[in-house]
Design a protein around this ligand. Structure first.
Ligand code: FAD
Length: 421
């Protein structure tokens, strides 16, 4: 049998592509190497806790997520609007005073950033609000660190705020990602909430997968090679289709393209993988000092912790019995026991020796989280439309990483190939 479309990879890009193809009534099969859909957006259950595959959030302002997902059924729970920065041996709150008036004084008197830095943040936020998202990706780009220095942000503010913020959002502590990415992220933060589904980020993928006929998704089906019209699975089965869509992470796209005798298209620039290690702790009945569970950034410029959050304090299903789940992100790409000890040591200096009683639930080492997003970056609104071959690619390969771009590139690819078929 020849399908209209074979989609390789049931992450968000592959699911969005399958959804578009299914809606246009083309025959398709979605092949996924793992036992579940979602790829990087998945949630594991452990001892009654919900552990996302690395700390991650949904920006409710993502236009493609708004279009694609049913937010109400996801039962989104938002983090408070603001952050806490750990610097100079203290916690400093910077919160949106409209939503958290009780934090007005703390925000106004916080020593994070000079008056000029705050003015520049406001100026940048206004500038970014005045441009559409597609226009942002047409603008000149440069590494964000150069952009921030040119704008005149102080070295101290870059180190205390932008560095851990960018490291959390782009796994990029050097702040080398494109200035377009900075503007996009700032716009998303300003325009919506930072949220998680009540029952874990994996619900996003589950919602998309539930829209597809289950017989059209084959799990534990790793594709090992492709041709211009067929794919071969790990155990030797070959499937045929008029169009093949690769919706795998960038390194796997490159690997699979090597198996085609004639490459479908030239490879994009080499992009180094950026990873993280996320440690999940059960802190029992312990609660953070701030009554409002803000995300915390490490502005100390040292130590293994980059950022941490308390998912169960905004979405109680993340932990059983009123216990507290702590998600700690380190950009040290390792899982050694020393890393756990060093993290406990740093957090004990922040919260007290109670941290030594926290139970480690899981250390998730994610060597490939995202590709680096240094300039030159692709414009995620410009998908290549047509080639001579029957192979198409969606996901971050010719776009950018993020839930927004995975959903957009998947849908657009699905729609375009249905027009082509
Ligand atoms: C730790 C972490 C935190 C993140 N935080 C955020 C965040 O807060 N907000 C945000 O917007 N984005 C975040 N991202 C990025 C976002 O999750 C990804 O950009 C997006 O999910 C990528 O989706 P995708 O479908 O392109 O790829 P993937 O999710 O990687 O899906 C690809 C799928 O292909 C499958 N596959 C691979 N090889 C094969 C093969 N040979 N045969 C068959 N199947 C195969 C994989 O198993 C996988 O299911 C984060 C990513 C990570 C890792």
């Amino acid at each position: 049998m020849e399908y209209d479309v074979i989609i390789v990879g049931a992450g968000l890009a592959g699911l969005a592509c399958a959804r578009a193809v299914h809606r246009r009534k083309k025959s398709f099969i979605l092949l996924e190497a793992e036992e579940q859909p979602g790829g990087r957006v998945r949630t594991d259950r452990e001892q009654g806790f919900l552990l996302d595959r690395g700390f991650q959030v949904l920006q409710t302002a993502y236009p493609e997520a708004q279009k694609t997902l049913d937010y109400q059924r996801l039962d989104l729970r938002s983090y408070p609007s603001g952050i806490v920065i750990r610097a100079n041996d203290r916690f400093h709150t910077i919160a949106d005073p409209r939503r958290h008036p009780s934090q007005l004084l703390a925000t106004a008197t916080s020593p994070i950033g000079s008056v000029r830095d705050r003015y520049l943040v406001l100026k940048l936020a206004i500038a970014v609000r005045g441009v559409t998202l597609p226009d942002i990706f047409q603008e000149e780009e440069q590494p964000t660190i150069d952009f921030l220095e040119q704008w005149g942000f102080s070295h101290q503010f870059i180190q205390q705020f932008f560095q851990p913020f960018f490291a959390g959002a782009c796994l990029d502590p050097e702040i080398r990602a494109s200035s377009r990415v900075l503007k996009y992220i700032m716009r998303m933060f300003a325009a919506g909430d930072v949220a998680v589904p009540a029952k874990g980020m994996g619900q996003i993928a589950a919602q998309l997968a539930a829209e597809l006929p289950q017989e059209n998704i084959r799990y534990v089906s790793r594709v090992t090679s492709i041709t211009n019209g067929s794919v071969t699975l790990q155990y030797g089965t070959t499937l045929h289709a008029r169009m093949i869509v690769l919706a795998t992470p960038l390194p796997m796209v490159k690997e699979l393209l090597k198996t085609v005798s004639e490459p479908a298209e030239p490879a994009p620039q080499a992009r180094s993988p950026l990873g993280e290690t996320c440690l999940y702790f059960n802190a029992g009945e312990w609660r953070p000092p701030s009554k409002i569970p803000f995300l915390i950034l490490n502005g100390e410029g040292q130590g293994p912790v980059n950022n941490l959050a308390f998912p169960s304090l905004i979405a109680p299903d993340y932990a059983p019995n009123n216990e507290t789940l702590v998600a700690v992100v380190s950009l040290r790409n390792e899982t050694s026991p020393e890393l756990e000890n060093q993290i406990r040591e740093q957090l004990a200096s922040w919260f007290g020796t109670e941290v030594n009683h926290w139970q480690l639930l899981r250390t998730m080492h994610i060597p490939y989280g995202l590709p680096n997003q240094e300039p030159p970056t692709a414009n995620p609104y410009q998908l290549p439309l047509s080639y001579d071959t029957r192979i198409r690619i969606c996901g971050e390969y010719r776009s950018l990483p993020s839930i927004q771009w995975a959903l957009l590139s998947g849908r657009k690819t699905g729609e375009i190939i249905c027009d082509e078929l």
